[in-house]
Ligand binder design. Structure first.
Ligand SMILES: [Fe+2]
Length: 325
């Protein structure tokens, strides 16, 4: 595969397109695991490379129901998707996003701890007592959206990841479910395996050497990707005509954990801080009768604290970013 020496050069060599890495695309399909029979292998893959792909994580009828949800909610509540007159600046060039569907659609609660992925997510974050909800959203690249401009990046990270021992469990973990088939013609999630311990993509490129590769992830609807948010990743363009629908759910690590740093043999890792300052948890989940679910929803940000103090006042919610109802 062609290898460029600068991440400023994209694969097409076109200066108007995004800097999508060093151009060393893997010629192989990403390994995929069946969680029901390969849970240990799937966990080992994540622990080594910072991501894992689960095949058939959603049932066909769930894929169908979620696609129907996209269509119904876009028709009934286009404003929540940023469609039409109120299309928001931060959504331009990134497709459509329904940022906080749990607030207004309790029928989605059934997907929160999905059996196709949740047991592995929980164990990778240290067990069911340590897994915390952070974010849930739906995104769509509509058909004929053209080419995007996403660069390789990582999401939220904590600085001690470079020094702490052991590294795992990670601070945040995201799951992406494909709700439409992802082929080489459609936008595709792409990761740099093993890049989660590096400050920059160039540092990963230089340190990983021959192991450095940009791995596109393609698969049928129902495919699930779990990744450490410290892992470098991007969205590869397809042909600009095929669309894609995805469900994104972020988790954080909760509880206090004994660890060590080079300067001190004993070090306590605090719970991961709130992933965002705007994501809100609805009252029915904050006050859920199951204490395990209340613990799962126990990572509140300042906006959440203010909303709870107001008695979940819809007027207070409406003042918050992406809080429209
Ligand atoms: Fe990202």
């Amino acid at each position: 595969m062609p290898i460029s020496l600068t991440p400023q050069q994209n694969q097409a060599g076109d200066p108007d397109l995004a800097a999508q890495g060093f151009g060393r695309l893997s010629p192989h399909a990403a390994l995929q695991f069946d969680l029901s029979t390969q849970s240990r292998l799937a966990a080992e893959h994540f622990e080594q490379w910072g991501y894992v792909v689960l095949k058939g994580a959603l049932e066909a009828q769930e894929v169908e129901a979620l696609n129907q949800f996209f269509e119904d909610s876009q028709r009934q509540r286009p404003d929540l998707w940023g469609l039409g007159e109120k299309r928001k600046p931060h959504h331009r060039n990134q497709g459509l996003i329904l940022s906080q569907p749990l607030l207004d659609f309790p029928e989605l609660d059934q997907y929160l701890q999905h059996p196709g992925s949740f047991s592995l997510i929980a164990s990778l974050l240290g067990g069911t007592e340590h897994v915390r909800w952070s974010e849930f959203n739906f995104r769509e690249t509509p058909p004929d959206a053209g080419l995007g401009t996403m660069n390789f990046h990582h999401d939220a990270v904590l600085p001690d990841r470079h020094l702490r021992a052991p590294y795992l469990p990670c601070d945040y973990l995201c799951s992406i479910h494909y709700l439409t088939p992802v082929t080489d013609l459609s936008p595709a999630f792409c990761v740099v395996p093993g890049s989660h311990r590096f400050e920059s993509l160039r540092a990963a490129f230089e340190a990983l050497g021959a192991d450095y590769v940009e791995q596109p992830i393609r698969g049928p609807a129902g495919t699930c990707i779990l990744y450490d948010t410290a892992l470098f990743h991007t969205r590869l363009d397809g042909n600009g005509r095929e669309g894609r629908r995805t469900w994104h759910q972020y988790h954080a690590r909760g509880g206090f954990l004994s660890s060590s740093l080079p300067t001190t043999s004993r070090y306590i890792r605090a719970p991961s801080p709130s992933l965002t300052d705007w994501n809100l948890i609805p009252q029915r989940l904050i006050e859920h009768p199951d204490p395990k679910l209340r613990r799962y929803f126990s990572h509140w940000n300042s906006a959440q604290g203010e909303w709870v103090a107001s008695g979940f006042d819809p007027k207070v919610r409406a003042t918050m970013p992406r809080g429209e109802s």
